[in-house]
Design a protein around this ligand. Structure first.
Ligand SMILES: Cc1cc2nc3c(=O)[nH]c(=O)nc-3n(C[C@H](O)[C@H](O)[C@H](O)COP(=O)(O)OP(=O)(O)OC[C@H]3O[C@@H](n4cnc5c(N)ncnc54)[C@H](O)[C@@H]3O)c2cc1C
Length: 532
């Protein structure tokens, strides 16, 4: 069949993702350009809306940029890029001020912002809106974007692959990125969306794991798209896990706050009732997050368990209901009465530290392509993320990418004619079960073999499975019409591969990467950079 040629280059810039990073970039570009913002489902369905704690910034008298930089570097186990850390930390107060201008109703104390303190921060530094900061931020950004005549927000548009010279007519072989092919969920057609610059703001890849606190759409699409188009990807082995997520095969992302342990909750082996944390750390259940997560993982793997118990039922029922009303009610709905019985819990993937390599301007390796937020590896987090630094990264890099595009607009060539998506050789799938099965299989083996405590043997097992599944998924992808689930599955296997390869490449234990075969820390901190 002949290709249709797309000549519809109706937006200047395409932003893939409508969370904190994408909308920040859009608002910074909109005074000068026409911006198209895509979301693969609803506009508020990314991680941004789920962020609870808040946003870190030096705002307390007595605190300093140097302190925040130091705390970030300590958390990142020396793998951070100091220039990035400085840039983000120094821009944080300004970012908060802009959110205040946009109407984010931060909690106040007198005429100052109320600041909380979180683990790893040496000062009170977290600006917040109760315990639902992300929701308030998402609403304020969306409202401002919706009101801007130069911003078009397009939900239900699933980006599939970036458009480069390979898709041009005539073929040019140029690596410049000119937009994206995206599946419109409503019409079920693949659209060719072109622009002079493209920003990836697609969030993380938490759903590569069976248990994750991230929303359903966190399937690493941006990382996989950038990798396929030719960008370097770095530090994918650095996945942060939250120690206590409800174990329930239907509800896979309900967090049990660390305050339950703070108020006396005890971690036990379900079969024997043995309290195991004192075997690992003298601070027992109050040890730092990573130590607790590692201990739980160790016991689960050693004993072949599905979960361990977190028990607070020894406290008076009134105390429990008063301190944890939401958890109490939510678990009661699932037939677990926490005043009488323990909670089955597992650690869950919480944050993707690695991603698409960017510079201080948010530029990727490909001309015309930028990235910001959790999809990227900017050098801010290093080997572990300091709490509440991640939303901040979205604001600072969303703006940096916008500024660079504006300053270099004349150097960004307009898109050439681009081939439309070719569906001439595919049919509708008659075996959706394969997609569902492979989704589950990837997330299960990643959980079992590439989780918190790793060994070379387990990683090699995972690599073997990636290899087999990749062949199956590619064959399926080549034969059938794309669906949102198939697009995500293809990206999940890509991202799983990148994580496993990165984990195998790191011959030490640093930050979030812990392997029993290389428990020592090497003298020099080096990024794991994968080159396509
Ligand atoms: C439960 C939870 C609590 C958290 N608490 C905090 C906190 O207190 N403080 C903090 O700093 N951080 C916190 N984080 C992390 C923080 O929320 C995220 O790192 C941040 O929101 C990421 O923003 P983003 O803009 O990069 O991506 P997201 O907000 O995840 O947005 C991604 C966007 O990309 C779109 N997208 C993805 N793939 C495609 C595709 N193929 N096609 C089209 N669109 C696509 C999605 O639809 C979405 O609009 C928390 C995370 C979770 C899960």
């Amino acid at each position: 069949m002949r290709f249709r040629v797309n000549v519809n280059a109706n937006s200047d810039i395409i932003i893939i993702g409508s969370g904190a990073a994408g909308l920040t970039a859009a608002l910074n570009l909109a005074p000068h350009y026409k911006v198209l913002v895509l979301a693969k489902g609803g506009l508020s369905e990314g991680s941004t809306a789920w962020a609870q704690g808040g946003i870190a910034a030096v705002l307390e008298p007595g605190d300093s940029f140097e302190n925040h930089i130091e705390d970030t570097m300590v958390a990142g186990a020396g793998l951070n890029n100091r220039a990035t850390v400085e840039m983000v930390v120094e821009n944080a107060p300004k970012a908060i001020a802009r959110l205040v201008e946009l109407g984010v109703p931060f909690n106040n104390e007198g005429n100052h912002l109320h600041l909380t303190r979180e683990g790893g921060h040496s000062h009170r530094r977290i600006a917040h809106v109760d315990d639902a900061t992300g929701w308030a931020v998402q609403q304020a950004l969306e409202k401002a974007a919706q009101a801007h005549p130069n911003i078009t927000l397009v939900p239900d548009m699933v980006a599939i692959d970036l458009i480069t010279g390979r898709h041009a007519d005539p073929y040019s072989g140029e690596s410049h990125v000119w937009g994206v092919y995206a599946l419109n969920r409503k019409t079920k057609h693949v659209e060719t969306l072109t622009a002079r610059a493209t920003i990836l703001a697609t969030g993380g890849a938490g759903r590569t794991y069976l248990f994750s606190t991230a929303p359903r759409g966190a399937t690493g699409d941006g990382i996989a798209m950038a990798w396929r188009a030719g960008c370097r990807v770095a530090n994918m082995e650095m996945n942060q896990f939250h120690p206590t997520c409800l174990y329930n095969l239907e509800v896979k992302n309900f967090l049990i706050t660390e305050a339950v342990r703070g108020e006396g909750g005890i971690l036990k082996i379900p079969t024997t009732g043995h309290r195991f944390m004192p075997d690992f750390d003298e601070r027992a259940e109050l040890a730092p997050r990573d130590v607790v997560a590692r201990a739980i993982d160790h016991e689960i793997k050693r004993l072949g368990l599905d979960y361990v118990h977190l028990d607070i039922s020894h406290k008076p029922p009134e105390f429990i209901k008063e301190h944890f009303p939401n958890i109490y009610m939510r678990l009661l709905d699932l037939d677990i009465d926490i005043t009488k019985e323990p909670i089955p819990i597992v650690p869950a993937q919480h944050y993707t530290c690695g991603g698409v390599v960017i510079d201080l301007d948010g530029r990727t390796d490909l001309p015309g392509l930028y990235a910001a937020g959790e999809v990227s590896q900017s050098g801010l987090h290093g080997a572990n993320r300091l709490a509440s630094n991640s939303l901040l990264e979205c604001f600072v890099f969303g703006e940096a990418a916008a500024q660079h595009i504006h300053a270099n607009w004349e150097r960004l060539p307009p898109p050439p004619p681009i081939h439309a998506w070719d569906e001439s050789r595919v049919t509708d799938s008659d075996e959706e079960v394969i997609v569902k099965h492979n989704w589950s299989e990837i997330r299960r083996f990643m959980w079992d073999y590439v989780g918190i405590v790793r060994t070379t043997k387990r990683l090699e097992r995972a690599a073997h499975r990636v290899h087999l599944l990749r062949r199956e998924v590619e064959e399926y992808y080549g034969n059938f019409r794309v669906t949102p689930d198939l697009i995500e599955l293809r990206n999940l296997i890509e991202v799983a591969d990148l994580i496993v390869r990165s984990a195998l490449a790191r011959k030490e234990s640093r930050g979030l990467h812990y392997t029993r075969d290389y428990p020592e820390l090497l003298a020099e901190a080096r990024d794991t950079v994968l080159v396509p």
